[in-house]
Design a protein around this ligand. Structure first.
Ligand code: NAD
Ligand code: DAU
Length: 336
């Protein structure tokens, strides 16, 4: 099978490519990624010599390039590419609309116009809005209620993907997943930011009072869920994937601090995120029943493994945090 992965140089995309080529070594993967500040070819160094892996630098919004790539005979498109950080979307939403909405449209058109290629769209639990502590977790029937520019752009892309199924009979599936963690996550997201700060003996900035709740899933459990949807999911359907590991940010911070042998004086309470969603949680019953998928990694083991990975890959994150990469990608990004 020939697969186009978009955004494969990012956190989940790079883990997914490695997961897929391990499990299906005879499949061929093309990774189309424009290398924004979050895209990093070092995430995939070990695969560069694999004859079934090819990288193409390019923007999913570039229709000519996307058509050219898709015409290389793709059987499947797995669409990860996105602007993914909520805080950045609050500072400036323009790239979120360009990539997450318009970029998705360009890909959908290319899939539609080149033989209706099977399309799997990667989305988020944030499209459903925010839960109160008493609410039941989100499921596939929860109405959309996005509340940040990021989640609004992802919601728009989900609607477009479904519209291409209904209008153009494009064979699509969507997975909406909760918060991922694991190796190669860019250190702007809470878990890698806090681990690397503590390794640098810096304080960790908890937004507000740290009462917000997230449902954490280890990245390879997410990858296994995407695999299950691609192989066994029903065309036109959406599947909710989650880790079943709800925890407040403060509890999470306490666990990271403890695992790293430090103390709570390292916590710094800072201004809250504007419009900060209180709680996300996913009910993955449909994926479990229909696909036989459920997350396998316990949070304790996954968190310890992730801390160990950041300890062992200091050069990787130090290069990013030193600004070398940020500056490099900023320049390239602006040149697009
Ligand atoms: P990331 O920010 O680490 O990576 C995004 C990748 O997309 C980068 O490699 C970047 O260079 C690339 N990209 C961005 N704009 C592009 C463009 N215009 N053309 C081509 N490539 C482009 O993101 P991530 O955390 O790996 O998330 C991947 C996907 O999963 C996103 O769609 C995100 O919405 C979704 N998701 C993420 C999580 C999570 O917890 N991280 C949870 C659920 C869903
Ligand atoms: O829920 C899925 C989503 O999870 C994905 O769709 C997004 O792409 C991904 O970035 C993530 O969004 P969050 O906003 O939940 O992730 P983040 O790591 O930015 O924040 C997690 C929680 O931690 C959130 O409640 C805000 C808080 N936080 C975050 C940072 C970066 C802090 O308290 N301090 C911080 O410095």
């Amino acid at each position: 099978m020939k697969i186009l992965i978009t955004g494969g140089a990012g956190f989940i995309g790079s883990n997914f490519i490695r997961y897929w080529l391990n499990k299906y070594p005879n499949d061929q993967i093309i990774n189309l990624d424009v290398l924004t500040y979050a895209g990093n070819l070092e995430n995939l160094r070990d695969l560069e010599s694999n004859k079934n892996y090819q990288f193409i630098k390019g923007d999913i919004g570039d229709a000519e390039l996307v058509n050219e790539v898709v015409q290389k005979g793709m059987d499947l498109i797995v669409h990860f590419a996105a602007e993914s950080h909520v805080d950045r979307s609050i500072m400036d939403s323009s790239d979120f609309i360009k990539t997450n909405v318009l970029g998705t449209m360009v890909l959908l058109d290319a899939a539609k116009n080149n033989g209706k290629i099977r399309f799997h769209h990667i989305s988020t639990d944030e499209v459903f809005g925010a839960l109160t502590p008493k609410d039941k977790p989100f499921n596939e029937s929860t109405p959309y209620a996005p509340r940040s520019p990021y989640s609004a752009s992802k919601a728009a892309s989900d609607h477009l993907v479904r519209a291409y199924f209904h209008t153009h009979k494009l064979p699509i599936t969507i997975s909406n997943c909760s918060n991922n963690y694991g190796p190669y996550q860019f250190p702007e997201k809470i878990i890698p930011l806090f681990i690397t700060n503590l390794l640098e003996r810096k304080k960790v900035p908890v937004y507000g009072r740290g009462k917000n709740v997230r449902d954490w899933i280890y990245v390879d459990d997410h990858n296994a869920g995407i695999d299950a949807v691609i192989k066994k999911g029903k065309i036109g359907e959406t599947y909710c994937l989650g880790g079943g590991q709800e925890i407040t940010n403060l509890e999470l911070t306490g666990r990271i601090i403890k695992l790293m042998g430090q103390d709570r004086t390292m916590i710094e309470y800072v201004a809250d995120r504007p419009g900060h969603d209180l709680r996300y949680a996913m009910d993955y019953t449909k994926a479990k029943k229909e696909l036989g998928w459920e997350p396998a990694m316990s949070f304790d083991r996954g968190l310890k493994q992730t801390i160990d990975w950041y300890k062992a890959h200091e050069a990787w994150w130090r290069k990013i945090k030193s600004g070398e990469y940020l500056e490099y990608y900023k320049k390239n990004y602006l040149k697009r």
